[in-house]
Write a protein that binds this ligand. Structure first.
Ligand SMILES: [Zn+2]
Length: 274
């Protein structure tokens, strides 16, 4: 039996329709995979001839690692937008591996002032290290993201004559809040057993004691009160504590992170403990 020309034509049309339909649905899938998100650049590494691997924190997708292709070419404009501490609007195309590709970036907040000042930039390394080490999982947390945004903005504000002290204090406040967000808020306002002024901090217990009730690293009432204020108040509000108190607060943060998170905060309080 011969196939009538009409049937043949219909079948051909159906085949073409099926082919183009499946092609367009594949295209749609690829496009649908790309997403737009606000992001803060945590770290950036060179890779290959001209590329960069960039670690981002986003409000809705958590930690996202992307490759910026050609970011280091002199003609590429993407590189300058992907400096650490920059806040951007990004277009991200997920790949087959954990590494997505960043295909677009607009600067929302450049972070230039922060990177230009070595004292503030040094303090920021302590805050970035804490967020990277205390929150290694990719789960999104809008509070974490907005906290980092506020921290970087606070570090850029006028800090008076003692810029190092001011930047250290903002960083200590930020790290204390990160510890609280992780579920390890140090209880330091007074001895948790009897309410007397503090003498020591017991990192395993996560709280302070007077000399009679417990043992731990030294934490005098002045440092303890400053730490409690830093936990309670917004960033950039608390008066800069003396260097010895800042060193004690940095120790509380480091011991808590090590004891409960198993992570070392090596860069925190470099200015006061060096
Ligand atoms: Zn006590």
């Amino acid at each position: 039996m011969t196939v009538s020309p009409l049937v043949d034509l219909t079948r051909s049309l159906r085949l073409i329709a099926t082919a183009s339909c499946s092609r367009s649905s594949r295209t749609n899938l690829a496009v649908a995979g790309a997403y737009a998100t606000e992001a803060i650049v945590l770290r950036s590494f060179r890779t290959g001839e001209a590329d960069r691997v960039v670690h981002l924190l986003t409000p809705g997708f958590g930690r996202v690692n992307v490759i910026a292709k050609g970011a280091r070419k002199t003609t590429g404009k993407m590189g300058a937008r992907l400096e650490p501490l920059t806040r951007i609007d990004a277009i991200v195309q997920p790949g087959k591996s954990d590494l997505s590709t960043i295909t677009g970036a607009d600067v929302l907040w450049s972070g230039d002032e922060l990177r230009r000042d070595p004292i503030r930039a040094l303090a920021a390394t302590g805050g970035i290290e804490a967020i990277v080490r205390l929150f290694p999982e990719p789960e999104p947390d809008e509070r974490l993201y907005r906290g980092l945004q506020r921290y970087l903005e606070a570090l850029t504000e006028p800090l008076g004559d003692d810029v190092r002290g001011g930047a250290d204090t903002i960083t200590l406040g930020f790290v204390l809040k990160l510890l609280a967000l992780a579920g390890w808020r140090p209880e330091v306002a007074a001895c948790v057993a009897c309410g007397a002024p503090t003498a020591v901090y017991d990192a395993a217990a996560g709280c302070a004691f007077c000399a009679s009730c417990g043992s731990g690293s030294p934490l005098d009432p002045i440092a303890a009160s400053a730490a409690a204020q830093l936990l309670a108040e917004p960033l950039g509000v608390v008066t800069t504590p003396a260097p010895v108190a800042r060193a004690a607060i940095a120790r509380v943060c480091r011991e808590t992170a090590e004891q409960h998170g198993g992570v070392r905060l090596a860069l925190l309080g470099q200015g006061v403990t060096a």
